[in-house]
Design a protein around this ligand. Structure first.
Ligand code: HAM
Length: 415
């Protein structure tokens, strides 16, 4: 077969699937405890929804969206992230008007046409949470603490939280102006940065190309924040400190999405390689209005599930995985097939001695016991329950321990 999974995607199985499930289960438990409700939005949306809200000159919109036309020539896009879809759903269901519920979480696949590398895929999972209708800086702190809580529930403790304020529509233009002035004198800007200089100067701070590197005297937003933004950012920091949440103020932190206002943050881990952002988010007070809703402030974050799993794996997370015990039901005598089959159905439903954490295989018709045992070894069964004529006549079966090769007899009614 010449077919392969498309570049940047992968088949996920074995421990990785179990790990991702456990990671999402833990995150969901925490979100529910904090009063968040789950929402599932479609995997594709009208392309214009994303282009309009994420920003025309962002990498995501310029280069990374999977856009296609359906049979009716509607322009659709696979979602590159969850925040915008959730905001669309919030407005569509008039929750911006009723404000009956304001805390939501989601998890699911996102799609970005990026250059694949370790921790960076074209199809990846995000677990995110958003809080609507609060402009309080306490909500920014709550979201950052929540991101930290989810990651530490996975055992990930070696993280650094970077925060910054991107200001508001009043003060940001002055910062943009200062950036344009600064970068206009930088020679050898890459092609993208030359465009950014004109259209989206904040993104200049995020360029990874050496010739675009800036020096220490590059302008920082903190020097341009208006009084309200300054006070706001001060309170966020104060509350984080009071909650013993360690963070670094990183004046150069900008984000790859244009909808942010004021607080932005990234949670990084040095244990996962160059794609070190495990989670990221921030405040986006204008997005809901911009896409047609009532003026509703909002703040949220998303964890990259694959990267979080990688970091968790490095601190022994996989040791917590509950892998069901594999039980193989075999027959030494072919005429016992139906009895063994009924028994397998019974233990699959009710478990063995109340233990339902099992995976049941067999019986296999028409194969010698030797071949059945070989199969049991291949699937790494821990026990094989053998139906043999002599024992079965006394209502007994044989139990083979596949690891130490010991064997014992047991009453069928005791299982
Ligand atoms: P983002 O920074 O684009 O933010 O993505 C959040 C996280 O998703 C990243 O920190 C990273 O862990 C993961 N991620 C992003 N791209 C990839 C990729 N190609 N492969 C693997 N993992 C990836 C957002 O998406 C915002 N919607 C976050 C947010 C929620 N802001 C407010 N609310």
């Amino acid at each position: 077969m010449n077919y392969k999974a498309p570049r940047g995607t992968r088949d996920i199985f074995g421990e990785t699937v179990l790990g991702l499930n456990l990671l999402e289960q833990k995150a969901k438990e925490i979100f529910i405890r904090h009063g968040f409700d789950e929402v599932r939005t479609p995997i594709f949306e009208e392309a214009a929804l994303f282009t309009r809200s994420i920003g025309q000159t962002t990498n995501i919109v310029e280069k990374e969206m999977y856009i296609f036309e359906d049979k009716k020539k509607r322009k659709l896009a696979l979602r590159p992230e969850g925040t915008v879809s959730l905001a669309r759903a919030f407005i569509e269901h008039r929750m911006d008007v009723s404000r009956s519920a304001c805390k939501f979480f989601y998890s699911g696949e996102m799609f970005r046409y990026e250059r694949p590398q370790a921790g960076r895929y074209r199809q990846f999972r995000q677990i995110g949470a958003e809080i609507y209708a609060s402009s309080s800086p306490a909500t920014d702190a709550e979201i950052i603490i929540l991101a930290q809580e989810v990651l530490s529930s996975l055992g990930i403790d070696k993280i650094s939280i970077h925060i910054n304020s991107l200001g508001c529509e009043k003060c940001r233009p002055f910062f943009r102006e200062a950036l344009v002035k600064y970068f206009s004198s930088v020679k050898d800007l890459c092609e993208d940065c030359l465009r950014r200089l004109e259209k989206n100067p904040l993104r200049l701070l995020d360029c990874k190309i050496d010739s675009c590197k800036f020096t220490d005297d590059v302008p920082e937003m903190s020097d341009y924040l208006c009084c309200d933004c300054k006070d706001n950012f001060y309170i966020v920091q104060l509350l984080l400190k009071k909650a013993n949440c360690n963070f670094t103020v990183n004046g150069r932190l900008v984000r790859g999405l244009d909808y942010y206002t004021r607080t932005v943050f990234e949670v990084r881990s040095s244990t996962v390689g160059s794609q070190d952002a495990l989670a990221a988010g921030g405040r986006y007070d204008n997005l809901i209005k911009e896409i047609g809703g009532q003026n509703t402030p909002a703040v949220g974050f998303a964890i990259g599930a694959e990267r979080a799993l990688l970091a968790a794996q490095n601190v022994g997370f996989f040791e917590n995985l509950k892998i069901p015990e594999k039980i193989f039901v075999a027959i030494a005598d072919q005429e016992l097939f139906s009895e063994a089959f009924t028994f397998a159905v019974k233990i699959t439903k009710y478990g063995i001695n109340g233990n339902k954490d099992i995976s049941v295989f067999g019986p296999i018709n028409g194969k010698s016991l030797t071949n059945q045992l070989k199969f049991a070894a291949k699937i790494q069964a821990s026990k094989t329950i053998v139906f043999a004529k002599t024992e079965f006549e006394n209502d007994k079966v044989l139990i083979k321990n596949m690891k130490d090769k010991t064997q014992s007899e047991i009453d069928l009614n005791k299982l």
